[in-house]
Design a protein around this ligand. Sequence first.
Ligand code: ADP
Length: 344
Amino acid sequence: MDATESAPAPDTDATTDPVVVSGIQPSGRLHLGNYFGALRQHITLHRQHDAYYFIVNYHAMTTVQDAEQLREHTFNVALDYLALGFDPDEAALFVQSDVPEVTELMWIFFNLLPTSTLEKGVSYKEKVDAGLTPNAGLFNYPVLQAADILAYGGSLVPVGADQKQNLEIARDLARRFNHRFCPDDDPLLPVPEPHILDDVAVIPGTDGRKMSKSYDNTIGIFDEGDTLEGKVMNIVTDSTPLAEPKDPESCNVFALITLFADEETQQEIADKYRAGGYGYGHAKQELHELIEDHFADARARRKDLEQRPDYVRDVLRAGADAARAQAKPILEQVRDRVGLIRTR
Ligand code: ADP
């Protein structure tokens, strides 16, 4: 079959005993958008299934090309996950580059995917439009992502809605591989299912656009003190005078408040907006306190973990061992099916 043909093949049954896989990019400090859009659900899900969570430092190289920064961001993501409640006894947490089977599988996949599929990549186009260099890593990003999923036989992938297209490419590659190299009754790779994360609205940044490190409008999960206060106080609002009634629904500060406050508190604050005599400065102070409270325990855990880098490295090493133990037999079979001979 030509790589440009469609590849119908029987899907494997992804409903039984799912293997959950998910990656997080260490391309900067994680922010509230990452937390509510992804991390929070990762933390909940990691206890429920056989799960592999990896810090995708190869993917981050598409934008981070400073060795010290890449090391620092990678370690910081590990600290963030552990501080936010990831239990390494429940699932594997590890660094992508510790499992070389993934990049090997990526090469095999390169040969199965038409470049036209990648040319249609929405995420690639958005990144280039946002000013990122259109290098080959950025272009091939979804193929590495597919290898990340399929090297572990991943069948369930928790992703934000913005990742659906990339997951489609991974599904396509699993089918193409099975169709090309496996008998119909013995497909090797499961066709992974997306687990679309709770339908969280796009979290606004301090300027009202989508919170994103590309826009420099983020509030970090672990920002604190003057940094946190400064960012909260800088959230853009309209210029309605303090005495006048305000509309909570159109206010960025209130949008962030709803993420942290319980229903009753949200209602109370909304009432104050509508009554007048309540300024955006007051709302910002409430938001600041809510953020401080929400992450207080995680912040304390993170400070403790910072003092124990050897422990964090041990966690990542054990996670990588578990991940390689999962990936090696799958890659053995992949090599065999595509005809890569081994002489040693
Ligand atoms: P950034 O835009 O800062 O580069 P990423 O693209 O690395 O963030 O985000 C990783 C994941 O975090 C996304 O797939 C999405 O699930 C979630 N996410 C990021 N920003 C937001 C946001 N503003 N609102 C909701 N979810 C978000």
